[in-house]
Design a protein around this ligand. Structure first.
Ligand code: HEC
Ligand code: HEC
Length: 268
């Protein structure tokens, strides 16, 4: 089944573009309940040996119901990426169809919700990491300091969020709409787009919506503009300021996440 590359990229594209217009409440962690039984069925034979049939951990594979990776997954986007490439002890699954991946994502998100519901009576202390190692990761391997500063944009962040919410903010910053979502300034998490018509000047702005047929943006003066699309005309270039976070989620280990959280809670 050489199905993967094209439909997969289409699904990713549909997802990326879809999220630009989706309301902020439709965020990662949500899932389609109807897809859960299908996801469980696909998961069992392909993944159950290592992760357990109910995804609570099996022969060598981690418990996915408590996986920060799954929690940070956005409707199968990040899941699809690691299944495509494999990771450490996990083989690649290049033959999974996009709908199988999205069904499995629904199943795994349902597992996470179920585990959360079970544990909500006694919330675990999530500050189990080492703040010093977290600081080292922030300035070093994590490259966080390239975009953030403890005395600048992240100053006082621990006073604004409880530890669990704080951890969620860096695992999936768009969920809250970014700083601009609160302060009224520019939303630093918003996707931007550059549209270059064949014989006009390029127009840039905040991406409002995009489909195969049209792209709508808002210019810095608030002006909304829509361009119809036909194939590659006009040229459309979308930039997602959160791409670094998605890349980060593919690399980061649970240990680094715990250390970072321990560090970030000190930024009162
Ligand atoms: C041969 C054993 C094996 C199979 C089969 C397998 N996995 Fe894994 N999986 C692993 C191991 C080992 C890891 C931990 C890899 C690491 O630490 O980077 C992992 C990691 C993951 C993670 C990331 C978890 C985290 O918190 O970092 C996800 C999600 C995942 N697997 C999903 C799946 C799905 C879905 C399937 C089936 C399509 C699958 N796995 C099949 C062994 C397996
Ligand atoms: C390439 C730039 C870039 C890198 C690298 C980066 N971030 Fe971000 N981060 C952003 C953007 C953009 C946002 C969304 C806008 C905002 O909330 O300020 C964001 C949001 C956040 C937020 C939420 C802030 C809030 O006020 O809600 C946290 C926390 C965060 N990032 C932590 C980290 C950590 C920890 C790392 C390193 C492991 C990291 N970021 C790496 C660009 C980056």
């Amino acid at each position: 089944m050489p199905l993967l590359s094209k439909p997969y990229s289409l699904i990713v594209a549909a997802f990326l573009f879809g999220s630009a217009v989706a309301p902020l409440s439709a965020q990662k962690g949500t899932y389609d309940p109807a897809a859960v039984p299908r996801g469980k069925e696909a998961f069992g034979p392909a993944c159950g040996f290592c992760h357990g049939l109910s995804a609570r951990g099996g022969d060598g594979g981690p418990d996915l119901a408590r996986s920060l990776f799954v929690m940070g997954d956005d409707h199968g986007k990040q899941l699809g990426e690691i299944l495509k490439t494999g990771r450490n002890g996990m083989p690649a699954f290049p033959d999974l169809t996009p709908s199988q991946v999205s069904d499995m994502a629904s199943f795994l998100h349902e597992r996470v919700e179920a585990a959360r519901a079970r544990e909500s009576a006694t919330p675990p202390n999530i500050i189990v990491g080492d703040a010093k190692d977290g600081l080292a990761y922030f300035n070093g391997a994590g490259k966080c300091s390239g975009c953030h500063s403890a005395t600048g944009d992240l100053k006082g962040i621990a006073s604004r969020f409880e530890p669990v919410a704080l951890q969620d903010r860096f695992l999936s910053p768009r969920a809250g709409g970014g700083r601009g979502g609160r302060g009224g300034g520019p939303n630093r998490a918003a996707k931007t787009v550059k549209v270059t018509p064949p014989n006009g000047p390029a127009v840039t702005g905040t991406l409002m919506s995009v489909s195969d047929f049209a792209v709508t943006l808002r210019e810095s003066d608030g002006n909304r503009r829509t361009f119809t699309r036909e194939g590659d005309v006009p040229k459309v270039e979308i930039t997602d300021p959160l791409q670094a976070h998605y890349d980060l989620l593919r690399r980061i280990t649970d240990k680094d996440i715990h250390n970072l959280t321990a560090y970030l809670v000190t930024l009162k």
